[in-house]
Design a protein around this ligand. Structure first.
Ligand code: ADP
Ligand code: ADP
Length: 225
């Protein structure tokens, strides 16, 4: 269970403020897509929720906790990146298992969770391969698997499909939506692709110049530009 609440979030780099006070309330299990032009602060906002960037002021609530000062691994989130961020020297199995190993999850539990994720993502035949031996779509699935095995309440996606060709992008976006529904997780998804946003979003946050200009369902947002 995780609602997310953003309260007056601001971010400055040095003396330059790039996020100027964002408020949003996101329901448990909702799929939120963050859109807006390059440089408007999408990635910075997502990284602040992830705990990869500090916030300058404001509060971030995940579930019933204020997570402003918690490390990423303490936030009940998992993040999927555009470049997959897989460990090249590790097998698919070890890439998916790594976060669980360092969290001291028992071996049998790791085996079970990776097996389950591999089944869902149709990665079972590839568990012993290295990332370089996989297609782009398979690498993206491994990145998804690594997120799933942690059983987080919140999934964060930073342009996860940008490196895939058009056909695969459509297929993977359907898979992401289906997985999100099945797992019941809350999703925050950054993209600059409007079709992707329309297809995925329960609601969209439209950012511009460091502010949230609109928050609403895709049809409302595109009906009132
Ligand atoms: P988007 O993801 O929408 O393209 P970003 O969140 O990456 O935008 O960037 C928002 C603004 O913050 C931009 O003006 C960018 O130049 C600036 N910015 C991002 N990261 C840094 C950083 N580490 N140091 C200074 N400025 C940054
Ligand atoms: P590392 O070399 O990273 O320390 P280990 O060899 O200790 O990893 O393996 C950790 C666990 O993961 C072991 O129980 C091993 O059997 C299991 N494991 C590794 N690869 C696979 C795989 N492809 N399928 C199932 N289990 C695997």
């Amino acid at each position: 269970m995780a609602e997310i609440k953003l309260e007056s979030i601001r971010k400055s780099y040095g003396r330059t403020e790039v996020i100027h006070g964002i408020d949003a309330e996101i329901s448990d299990g909702e799929f939120i897509v963050i859109v807006g032009p390059s440089g408007c602060g999408k990635s910075t906002l997502l990284r602040m929720v992830a705990g990869l960037e500090s916030i300058t002021s404001g509060d971030i609530h995940i579930g019933d906790r204020v997570v402003n000062r918690l490390e990423p691994r303490e936030r009940d989130i998992a993040m999927v990146f555009q470049n997959y961020a897989l460990y090249p020297h590790m097998s698919v199995f070890d890439n998916m298992a790594y976060g669980l190993k360092i969290a001291n999850v028992p071996k049998a539990e790791i085996q079970a969770r990776v097996a389950e994720a591999a089944r869902m993502l149709e990665l079972e035949p590839y568990l012993d391969r290295k990332p370089r031996q996989l297609s782009g779509g398979q690498r993206q699935r491994v990145a998804m698997g690594r997120a799933i095995v942690r059983k987080p309440a919140v999934f964060l996606f930073d342009e996860p499909l940008s490196n895939l060709d058009a056909k695969l992008r459509v297929q993977m976006r359907l898979e992401i939506k289906a997985l999100q529904r099945k797992l019941g997780v809350t999703a925050l998804y950054v993209t600059h692709d409007q079709v992707e946003a329309m297809t995925l979003a329960d609601r969209m946050i439209v950012m511009n110049g460091g502010v949230a200009e609109q928050i609403g369902a895709p049809l409302d947002v595109y009906a009132n530009p």
